[in-house]
Design a protein around this ligand. Sequence first.
Ligand code: NIG
Ligand code: FE
Length: 416
Amino acid sequence: MKTFIKNIGQLATLASSKKGARKKEDMSNLAIIENGAILMKNGLIEAIGTTQELQSQYMNELKDALIFNANGKLVTPGLVDPHTHIAYGGSREQEFDLRLRGASYMDIMNAGGGIHATMRMTREATEDELVAQTAKRLDGFAKHGVTTVEGKSGYGMDLETELKQLRVMKRLQQSHALDIVPTFMGAHAVPKEYKGREDEFVDIIIRDMLPKVAQEKLAEFNDVFCEKDVYTPQQAERILEAGKKLGLVPKIHADEIVSYGGAELAAKVGAISAEHLLKVSDEGIRQMAEKNVIACLLPATALFLREEAAPGRKLIDEGVAVAISTDCNPGSSPTVSMPLVMNLACISMRLTPAEALTAATYNAAYAINRQEFIGSLEVGKKADVVLWDVASYEELQYLFGVNHVKSVWKSGKKIV
Ligand code: NIG
Ligand code: FE
């Protein structure tokens, strides 16, 4: 099957010959083609250039291609969401109400709500129910221009339910149009019965859970909520090192609520990314830049928790590659909108419109080790493409609070 999109006013390819997630001024280089065109074939990008070039060079190929006229609008790579908790049961809107009356996120969690509440609802749900609920969320992502989503377990906190969440994602990888990249996050909270005996639960994760997850090839990454009153940097390090021996790449929920050495730990264990970073220390930033740890920033979470966002501008200026994500989850960020996250990256973290787009595509692909296949529009990469109902990427980041998606192609197939 062949599809040709022509008359693209601004085609932001994000193509690059450099290796590695983009830092500093490279985050502003969108490699734009004016009056562009894309030819997609067999799920991949066959050719990319100006409309004129492609029309003359591929005259024969175009005879039996589906043709779309972009009418001068913006085209970008499919957005990549590198950090979500999509496979969960139930909902937590009552906590939103409680928090607005003054309760804190951690108060609610320590009282048995929060992640514990979703854990109970996820344990109760059948695999089929979770597949149906998660598929609906993935549909929402697609409608907002997202074509690849990372997803974490962590609402089971027992072997059976952690595996159930990961299997849900595996089934959806097979049945849903979007790509899902799975992460094991057994250390997402401390189960109530292990409060004060956290090390014992860490032992269970290392002895029982990680080997099973690795053996069944259910995850590529291993994440830990390293936070005061959750897991210490030492406990997180044990879990992440154990995962590494089994081939699971470390990620860390770091320095979200207090400055706790999470960024430093990410540098020490060679994590692919550190997430949140609202309270990251200067030394943590320095070490992340040095060790090429990607900062995965979640400005919708900061907004929803009514916290000051992570120092995105500073991280970029100090040489850290920045990616952004929804953190889609029922407690701290119940959104599927990456466009909103790009807007917030500009508004609350002072990323420029170009940097925000790079953070949501090219660098986000690096944060989940998919850079060979997605994150930019280049010959041979997946034909994951979004046509927006705006003329430029500046307009996309500026007109906030509106879904500007017009069409989405996933692996060359039109899904929206
Ligand atoms: O990334 N911080 C920990 N985990 C999630 C929230 C999960 C929840 O509240 O259900 C996060 O924000
Ligand atoms: Fe998260």
